[in-house]
Design a protein around this ligand. Sequence first.
Ligand SMILES: [Zn+2]
Length: 248
Amino acid sequence: MRHILRIGGCALLVTMAVAPFAWASEGAHWTYEGEEGPEHWSELSAEFDMCSRGLNQSPIDLVADIDADLPELIFEYTNPGNLVETNTGHAIQDEVNPGNFLVFVDKRYELKQFHFHSPSEHLVDGEACPMEVHFVHQDQNGRYAVLGLIFEEGERNELIDNLPSFRAERGEDPHGDPVDFNELITDRTNYFLYNGSLTTPPCTEGVQWIILKQPIIVSPEQIQHYHDLLGFDNNRPIQPHNSRLVLD
Ligand SMILES: [Zn+2]
């Protein structure tokens, strides 16, 4: 089914001229290319040490090692709306209301924000996709669970069209109708599961990664629009699996 939905497929990457520019952000300045790019992150600050020393880094090429009986994901995304979208200098990011939860293996993780990468950071069986969204959750102890959704090219996606930047482009109120994430996530049983890290400095490990197999279909124009908002590729290169296993 997945292949039928693919128009153009994942290997069709959006290629753009890289536009280097400076911005303010917390901690040491870092970028996605050049002297402050991914291969140099650990040299930029002692706090970024794990970016090169860590053995459980993300993203990775998702090739399933073990066919496991994974539990159905339970989403309690009950408080949508009030999306505040910002360009962090590293990604386009949306802050969300408190009170939205992912329940996984009896743990409750609260949704903190979601942001986009273009092209995708994770590969699936060696293939990159044009875009990926990360829903970043944390439990009460601060442990991360990140839900990743892969985008493939196809028809225009109405839900994505309701994101603030897309609405603003059309001259509409950017804080209009909230996006119902429940509609975005329809298949909650087929996913990859592995132990990894944040894909940006400080590359903190101990992140539970859940990557849904069902792609979100978006139009080439939507992908291009999102990529243009940021102005450059913001994908960290894939990292070694080392001794980790990917479950699916
Ligand atoms: Zn991310």
